[in-house]
Design a protein around this ligand. Sequence first.
Ligand SMILES: [Cu+2]
Length: 382
Amino acid sequence: MFTRRAALMGGAMIAASPYIAKNISVAQAATTPTATAEEIAALPRRKQKLIAPPFVHEHEQVATTGPTVVQFEMTIIEKEVQIADDVYLQAMTYNGSMPGPMMVVHEGDYVELTLYNPPENLLQHNIDFHAATGALGGGGLTLVNPGEKTVLRFKATRPGTFVYHCAPGGPMIPWHVVSGMSGALMVLPRDGLKDHEDKPVSYDRIFYIGENDFYIPKDEDGEYMRFEDPGEAYSDTLEVMNGLIPSHVTFNGKVGALTGDGALKAEQGEKVLFVHSQANRDSRPHLIGGHGDLVWELGKFNNAPDRDLETWFIRGGSAGAALYEFLQPGVYAYVNHNLIEAVNLGATAHVVVGGTWDNDLMEQVVAPTEYDVAHEGRTALP
Ligand SMILES: [Cu+2]
């Protein structure tokens, strides 16, 4: 029987199959110095559990050991997710969150991911790591049907922040990405981050802001449509996607996910590293009332960071990092500074910072008050 599931899976197979290169040996694919299979097998191994964004699993900033095989596991979960009031998405996720969890390793480490596609899912999925070399970033080696798992190992040769995303072939690629299947991997230099003068810098907190653009179709009455499963959602969603105008742009998968109870928290004097990814579309992060002290806009740590930025640019398909020391207490808004997307479509987070106000940096000299219209204000005119 030719089911819808078979049709969706078959489409993906045809698109992806010319690139599948199952016989590539990982030892061959590694950059110099190339480790032998025996050398890789002899490396220390560490299991690292992932946690949901905006938080990031515990990690060393400066590596205290040599190269390690860091083992991660992710389960692909297809499920309906509410992304705004009365708005629902047939989501495809890594580990159930949008974005997927952020992974952190050091340059020279090996990422070893076990990827599960549970039998209750409808679709084929895989993972393309922008940090990896060869085989479509691993996408060509990780295509899993429902009920299958796969294990991919790759060497983290380039330090930086990188997107990973699902890319099962053809039109499945953008659809899976805008259904939620992306995340980020940070490869730290073994000796940690360096500033513009090549001096070591560290962070007190790290937040991972994953931005998603969603394309939710509306019915004839202008109401957002709700679907039974991803297959049912596909054709209407594709029509909205091809118009390139998202209905929602969110941080952490839902309008308001990182405001109110979900607001990020920090203290005055803390240096916070914000990692921002967008797997599909450009973004322009801006911290209202703050700055980017050091910004790796392209997210690649072999390049010196920019300083004192007001807004930085995240190209669709990339992840960048910005370090900021909070100098004043209060509520900061971290937004996509396309303000229509920030305010009307959802791309706003809040950072609540505790501490003591510094009147030297800013003071309200006169609170808003009525003035004498007959005698005041005229000198302000040219
Ligand atoms: Cu997928």
